[in-house]
Write a protein that binds this ligand. Structure first.
Ligand code: GCO
Ligand code: MG
Length: 402
């Protein structure tokens, strides 16, 4: 079998998605997600100009070899653009392998380790009362695990708080929106938010929270401690994680479980976090961490150190990534949880898929491959629209992390 052609499909059914489709001489094709929020076209060019020409004529069965060809062969290693492009190729090749074998992807990885995949949804509100209403709504929908975010008094906008409650979409403008941030106001407020959630709903749900890279290690240590009475499932991205060593200080001071990794793209970004047991959950996922082939390596290292998986699953990861991630989740022995932000109706129509939500879990079908396709005719109706993530400044105007 040979790869005869490949193409990149860019479509914006509510938000931008970049999809790679690899075709073979036997008519079987595979697809992979290559979406990098706010920097989509850089990956398109990387694929079209530098990757696709090298794929033609190769045997699609040689997934491992092609992965290393693209990783080592570029000379320039790592980075989100390179790794998203490699991920898309890798995902498409696993899809092809599954279709050729007539088996769902989880079977190729080692078979099912569970019946379905526990997911968490996003309850968010402009204030605590609104956030509580949303927790009730997610609980009524059957979610066992709920991430809770709320607007902070004194700040006009806060990460994780959306007008449309089901479809949070931060990439909201064709130039970055500027927000004002105050860590002091946030830190004072968050413990009260979780106190109110536990007061109203008890300890029946897993509760999660995302700090979105905004604290210093000592602030994160203090907030982690303040949140201990509310028994969070995890506290995510409490500090920017380029400095892996910084987690030691946080770890020494709090028993609130720590999750990190949605913006990591290789195992080297989390090697120390894992081997020194500085985190509890690793959030890397298929599209941004080099595909199934590389994600598997990260998860298997993590397994040795009691670190579980908690794959990123925001709306900017397409249903193709979600489908592949769910097959991975079905197999991975050290599964923790899967993030699940729903896609819009338009997106779901462009990407027909065989997974579905029921009672707090995503259920995976047994279609060969990863079970997600793309309707190219429909995709063509939604042309690319430039959209950036916001930026943050402190109250004195200093540039800050978003
Ligand atoms: C999450 C993430 C997202 C990111 C988004 C950026 O936990 O789901 O933090 O909300 O902000 O994926 O592209
Ligand atoms: Mg996050």
């Amino acid at each position: 079998m040979k790869i005869t052609d490949a193409k990149v499909i860019v479509s914006c059914p509510g938000r931008n998605f970049v999809t790679l489709k690899i075709m073979t001489d036997e008519g079987v094709y595979g697809i992979g997600d290559a979406t990098l929020n706010g920097r989509e076209l850089a990956v398109v060019s990387y694929l079209e100009d530098h990757v696709i020409p090298c794929l033609i004529g190769r045997d699609p069965a040689q997934i491992e070899d092609i992965w290393h060809y693209l990783y080592k062969g570029a000379y320039w290693r790592r980075g989100p653009i390179t790794m998203s492009a490699i991920a898309a190729v890798d995902t498409a090749l696993w899809d092809i392998k599954g279709k050729v074998a007539g088996l769902p992807l989880y079977e190729l990885l080692g078979g099912k380790s569970r019946n379905s995949v526990m997911v968490y949804g996003h309850a968010n509100g402009a204030n605590i009362d609104e956030a509580l209403d949303e927790v009730a709504r997610y609980s009524d929908m059957g979610y066992k695990a709920i991430r809770v975010q709320s607007g902070v008094p004194g700040l006009n906008s806060t990460y994780g708080v959306a007008k449309d409650k089901l479809f949070y979409e931060p990439a909201d403008a064709d130039l970055p929106t500027e927000n004002i941030w105050s860590t002091e106001k946030y830190m004072k407020f968050v413990p009260e938010l979780f106190e109110r959630v536990r007061e109203k709903f008890g300890f029946e749900h897993h509760l999660l929270h995302d700090g979105h890279h905004r604290l210093t290690p000592v602030q994160a240590a203090r907030l982690g401690k303040d949140l201990e009475p509310y028994r969070l499932f995890w506290f995510e991205d409490c500090v920017p994680a380029e400095n892996q060593d910084a987690f030691r200080l946080i770890r020494q001071h709090t028993t609130t479980p720590l999750a990190v990794g949605e913006i990591f793209n290789t195992i080297y970004d989390c090697q120390q976090l894992i081997t020194e047991q500085l985190i509890d959950y690793i959030r890397t996922t298929v599209v941004h961490a080099g595909g199934i082939t590389h994600l598997r390596k990260i998860a298997q290292l993590a397994e040795l150190y009691h670190v579980k998986t908690g794959c990123h699953g925001a709306t900017d990861l397409s249903p193709v990534c979600m489908g592949a991630a769910l097959h991975f989740d079905m197999w991975v022995p050290n599964f923790g949880i899967q993030e699940y932000m729903r896609h819009t109706k338009e997106t779901d129509a462009v990407f027909p898929h065989d997974y579905h939500f029921k009672d707090g879990y995503l259920h995976v079908g047994d279609t060969p491959g990863h079970g997600v396709d793309i309707d190219e005719e429909l995709a063509a109706k939604y042309p690319y629209q430039r959209a950036y993530l916001p930026i943050n400044r402190l109250e004195d105007g200093s540039m800050f992390s978003w």
